[in-house]
Design a protein around this ligand. Structure first.
Ligand code: BGC
Length: 546
């Protein structure tokens, strides 16, 4: 592959949720030193980089997505020196490091907010979105929060409402304000100067909303947004006024200018909300916008041929010169081994297929920790639940604890997630581990060649060396079978045919799908039988030909 290709384009990025990766100090919560200890494992998987979810100072109401100081590490995770060590170790292993930047809102314990709520005329009074109540005392408009209830909370001190698209402890920053922008730019420089390779910009579609605070209209077309469960009443609104204001582009341009002052840095936009694919495409359309966008589209897509084909077509229609990052699991959604698994058929073949498909699509790929091990969603009992989103909508929607439970490194108690504390005691982890995860732990899988970990690792190594898979074009091919998805990835004269059998039935593959001389790539294909000329696709087959 040419050295000219940017590291993030077509790369595989491993997402680390720091609370749940590795607990080096024995308090039941993961930390930066724990991540550093396990970086060899991550590098050994063959990925190009890591994205670490927030580890900044925070009261942890939304587990770090409520930042109280953008340049300090929360003591729970360690200190800035621990982060520098992590960065150095990652770089020595050729891993790029992306960190989360949560700029749509801060914590209500951030000193900016504490000052802002003091009065309507102090230096920071306009750093958040404040508004008068309606004459009857109700909030200024009908906007709803993602996590339940109105997007407005009354502040008794200022006697005004403030906006929060998420928890009331996450007041929305006023990004129209140039002083706020200047602070965020300084924050970006602080991390870039330290050597961080890129940012994942949290909830970008929530950066700027209608300054006139007009109501959102009701959603009338019967569609469901990709980032919300149907139990959430926000899904009944069309967020045309509360999100994704056109002014966001100008702000994107400024952030891009800053990152371009440094070499090889990458900006990845997290885009949800209305019409997420179109918005994502818009944020990455030109060289003065972001490098790539993280899309939620696979989270709402059903696992069948027609939905996947529709997704491919829609993406190719809107993406233009932009670039996407696919993902099938993260710290916000049910794990794919539970979400897409249809309830019958070989789970391991299914897990392999459900990860190889998005890694074969045109784009980069974010692999959430534990996906390489085939982890299913953990069933966390109500009394152990931590996520305020899940507690609010329980039991119909159980929130995000089930995908956030700690990694299982070995078969010992709590999966070897925690070291013993200073007194030699093993702590209870902040969320319980599932038995399945402990059985399918890292050490066991590393010792067994047939394990999902082993198979994924082989695929990642192969994909890295194939320009067609990393950056090539994509073309859907009609397979002639109801539940067989086929597409070709191409770079110049190099064509790789990718065929996925979603059904539980064996199917004989139509040879016409192959170009002359194309052969099955045996060591990374799965659930495929070749007898003479006949190729049989077993349930959940992954068949790759070159
Ligand atoms: C993050 C969530 C978080 C929310 C608010 C999301 O996009 O991934 O975990 O709760 O932003 O910051």
């Amino acid at each position: 592959m040419s050295d000219q290709i940017e590291w993030w384009r077509g790369g595989v990025i491993y997402q680390i949720y720091p609370r749940s990766f590795m607990d080096a100090n024995g308090d039941g919560i993961g930390d930066l030193k724990g991540i550093t200890q396990k970086l060899d494992y991550v590098a050994d998987l063959g990925v190009d980089g890591i994205w670490i979810s927030p580890f900044f100072k925070s009261p942890m109401k939304d587990f770090g997505y409520d930042v109280a100081d953008y340049r300090e590490v929360d003591p729970m995770f360690g200190c800035l020196n621990d982060f520098k060590e992590l960065l150095d170790k990652a770089h020595s292993l050729n891993l790029k490091v992306m960190i989360d930047q949560v700029w749509s809102h801060s914590s209500n314990e951030h000193e900016w907010f504490i000052e802002s709520r003091e009065s309507a005329n102090n230096a920071k009074s306009d750093w958040y979105i404040w508004a008068e109540a309606k004459p009857d005392g109700t909030p200024p408009n009908n906007w709803l929060s993602y996590f339940g209830g109105p997007a407005w909370t009354w502040d008794t001190k200022r006697k005004q409402y403030y906006l929060h698209h998420f928890l009331r402890e996450q007041p929305a920053l006023n990004i129209w304000n140039t002083d706020v922008r200047a602070e965020l730019i300084d924050t970006a420089r602080f991390w870039f100067d330290m050597g961080v390779d890129g940012f994942r910009l949290d909830a970008m579609h929530q950066y700027l909303a209608d300054p006139l605070l007009r109501d959102n209209p009701a959603r009338t077309d019967g569609s469901t947004p990709s980032d919300l469960p149907p139990e959430n009443p926000l899904s009944m609104q069309s967020r045309t006024n509360s999100a994704n204001h056109a002014g966001t582009i100008e702000w994107l341009n400024i952030i891009r200018e800053i990152s371009d002052e440094y070499q090889d840095r990458a900006l990845m936009a997290e885009v949800g909300g209305e019409d997420a694919a179109q918005v994502a495409a818009n944020y990455v359309q030109a060289s003065d916008r972001f490098h790539f966008a993280y899309t939620f589209d696979l989270f709402s897509c059903s696992y069948n041929k027609s939905d996947m084909e529709a997704l491919f077509k829609n993406t190719e229609e809107v993406i233009g010169t932009g670039w996407l990052c696919w993902s099938n699991s993260n710290h916000d959604v049910q794990r794919v081994a539970s979400r897409w698994y249809p309830g019958q058929g070989n789970q391991s073949d299914f897990n392999y297929q459900a990860s190889i498909l998005p890694m074969s699509m045109r784009g980069s790929y974010c692999m959430y920790q534990g996906e390489e091990l085939g982890f299913k969603e953990t069933d966390v009992p109500f009394e152990k639940m931590q996520d305020p989103y899940g507690i609010e909508f329980y039991p119909e929607f159980k929130g995000r604890d089930g995908c956030r439970t700690p990694m299982a490194w070995d078969h010992t108690e709590h999966g070897g997630f925690s070291a013993v504390d200073a007194d030699g005691n093993l702590p209870e982890p902040w969320l319980p581990l599932s038995q399945q995860h402990i059985e399918d732990n890292v050490s066991w899988q590393k010792e067994h060649e047939g394990s999902i970990y082993y198979r994924m690792k082989k695929y990642i190594a192969w994909r890295k060396k194939e320009p067609a898979m990393r950056t090539g074009a994509v073309e859907l091919i009609e397979s002639g079978e109801e539940n067989i998805l086929a597409f070709v990835r191409s770079e110049g004269d190099d064509h790789i045919m990718c065929v996925f059998n979603f059904s539980y039935e064996e199917k004989i593959m139509d040879q016409k799908l192959l170009k002359d001389g194309q052969k099955l790539i045996e060591n990374i294909s799965s659930a495929v039988k070749v007898e003479g000329d006949q190729i049989t696709l077993m349930p959940f087959a992954v068949a790759l030909f070159k």
